[in-house]
Design a protein around this ligand. Structure first.
Ligand code: FES
Ligand SMILES: [Fe+2]
Length: 349
């Protein structure tokens, strides 16, 4: 049963990963080869030669074209064959699939579904990655779990208390109430923790003593992008009412790309609006967040294994799951619109 819609933009790679060389990557169960033309334009082709299906990623680039490693057929960025050995005419049907791509917000986005529906305006907004008012960096995790388990994880940050105690989690997170709202393609979970002791990470970022008002505003955009507006301000300085000027603010950008039914590429970045142009801090935060996300990865991979070991077992939902339930419902709607069957327990209201 397919668990991901195809008519969506997914991050295929960080911009820096795609170069003047052939990069094989499996995205949404499709084997794809990525590269850049001499002018720097990213290209994505199906990674199987038209002739005998040998992976093109094992071949080489010749200018803007890919040469198959077996019998030398050449394919241009549109996927059309431009050379066949020992013959003058080229079979007009000789081509491999070429995927729509958009380079934006430091990612290369791919549309694995119907190319006629690929509207660049629908690329998820991760502009904080390029905004001069923000500074940050991120990484890609190859996670051995289904992408929706990461969605669940990010839509409910109660787990910070238990999985990330000592860095970003403390009792206040699991104690604070939250609200959940949704639209046609989005679900938002808002949590304010007022007048609490900040966990160590946020104490260090704020650099001031005393209690804080802490916020986590999690915004999911179907099918697989989650941006979390996080931060702290000294307690009582007006952050919950809209004045964050005394505080520090970060945007945690997460976008997931299914690799197979049971694995995914997890792209994330953390951008901050304080201490800009401080590369040492950027590196420190990037490494710190990496350590935190490894804790999630460890739990999620164990969860994936347990799911596979317990076929037929269903999930139970608590109050804390309201955000992820909405996220899954919005994903199910996209799946249904593409004609995929939707699991009964996930479709239940
Ligand atoms: S398999 Fe690619 S040229 Fe023959
Ligand atoms: Fe986490």
């Amino acid at each position: 049963m397919q668990g991901f819609p195809l008519n969506a933009w997914y991050a295929a790679a960080w911009d820096t990963e795609v170069k003047r060389e052939l990069l094989p990557r499996t995205l949404c169960n499709q084997k794809i080869v990525l590269y850049r033309t001499e002018a720097g334009k990213p290209v994505a082709l199906a990674d199987a030669c038209w002739h005998r299906l040998v992976p093109l990623s094992r071949g080489h680039l010749k200018g803007d074209e890919v040469v198959c490693p077996y019998h030398g057929l050449v394919f241009n960025p549109q996927g059309r064959c431009t050379f066949m050995p020992s013959q003058e005419t080229i079979n007009p049907s000789a081509c491999v699939r070429s995927y729509p791509l958009v380079e934006r917000h430091r990612f290369i986005w791919i549309w694995p579904g119907d190319p006629a529906l690929a509207d660049p305006a629908k690329v998820p907004d991760l502009h904080w990655n390029r905004d001069p008012e923000w500074e940050g960096d991120g990484k890609r995790i190859h996670a051995k779990c289904e992408y929706r388990l990461v969605v669940d994880n990010l839509m409910d940050l109660t787990h910070e208390t238990f999985v990330h105690n000592g860095s970003i989690g403390n009792e206040a997170v699991a104690e604070a109430p939250f609200t959940t709202t949704h639209g046609d393609r989005t679900a938002t979970v808002t949590r304010w923790m007022r007048d609490i002791e900040p966990p160590p990470f946020w104490r260090a970022q704020l650099g001031k003593p005393g209690n804080v008002d802490r916020w986590q505003i999690i915004r999911f955009e179907a099918p697989a992008t989650i941006v979390i507006d996080v931060g702290v301000a000294p307690a009582g300085t007006g952050a919950p009412e809209g004045d964050r000027s005394q505080g520090v603010n970060g945007m945690v950008m997460n976008t997931l790309t299914p690799e197979t039914e049971g694995t995914c590429h997890y792209f994330w970045a953390f951008a901050r609006n304080y201490r800009l142009r401080d590369q040492a801090l950027t590196t420190e935060i990037c490494e710190g967040v990496s350590t935190i996300f490894r804790q999630d990865e460890d739990i999620l991979e164990a969860q994936q294994r347990a799911i596979e070991e317990n076929p037929g077992r269903i999930f139970y939902n608590l109050n804390i799951d309201s955000g992820s339930m909405w996220a899954r419902k919005l994903i199910d709607r996209m799946l249904a619109a593409e004609g995929h069957p939707v699991p009964v327990q996930q479709a239940a209201e």
